[in-house]
Design a protein around this ligand. Sequence first.
Ligand code: ADP
Ligand code: MG
Length: 298
Amino acid sequence: MTQPSPASVAGWTPIAEEAARATRVKHPDKMFPRPTHRRVITVANQKGGVGKTTSAVNLAAGLALHGLRVLVIDLDPQGNASTALGVEHRSGTPSVYEVLLGEVSLAEAAQMSDQSDRLYCVPATIDLAGAEIELVSMASRESRLKEALSDEALDMLDPDYVFIDCPPSLGLLTVNAMVAAQEVLIPIQCEYYALEGLSQLLRNIELVQAHLNRSLTVSTILLTMYDGRTKLADQVTTEVRHHFGRTVLNTVIPRSVKVSEAPGYGQSVLAYDPGSRGAMSYLDAAREVAERGAEAPQ
Ligand code: ADP
Ligand code: MG
């Protein structure tokens, strides 16, 4: 009786697009290039809720889905990365805590995620909550993770990429992560106060560079939770690109309900809803990370 409204006709396009995207994710047509060397990347920002864990997990899943071997080290006592990758992390499970204490090796604590046989996670249990204080009195307290991530230990798992998911603080756990890595990836939320605290984070990274790890660089900034309806999101994006130039990935992660639902199912968004905008953008970001990693070092 009525003509289809322009809106419903236009509605076909996104649906068809989504179907095409879903097919692309399920049947990745192209493997990502392997990095020139094993990349150990710390995902840090002392602000909570900016997308550290979400980015670590979904970039890891994107890289693993495209043929690369990836290890995620959950260094946050809340264990959110372990949850999102669907690995056991009840108290008593061999975890990053025992790894820091030198009681178990990396390979002994690593569990394969059921999302990919190339994706591993060293889980965090609630036992890690005390580590921040326990580490204070330990020998080489800043470099215990680095020692655990020796070439020999990593060779057992042979990852192309290691992502270390930091807690929302600049305490000893985060310092351990920065000492153990060559690169820092900073997720920045496209929201109010996004840049607050960033200079403190950068100062801490400089301190680590000066005293503990000369080879550390801020290699990657990822803009997350972008909401196109707000002017503010664009302002933050412009400002961050202005300050940080090429360090910022071209891909921006949109705010998407699917991204926030996925961990509840013990999955990355790439497994939970491969055709969603959130999944596609994390895949694009992972591709960028991989392409940069495959470039010859400057
Ligand atoms: P952090 O590790 O920095 O504390 P999280 O990655 O845990 O931050 O993200 C904080 C919250 O925001 C979580 O509930 C997560 O599911 C949600 N979230 C993260 N990224 C997005 C996104 N792109 N869209 C919607 N929700 C998101
Ligand atoms: Mg987190």
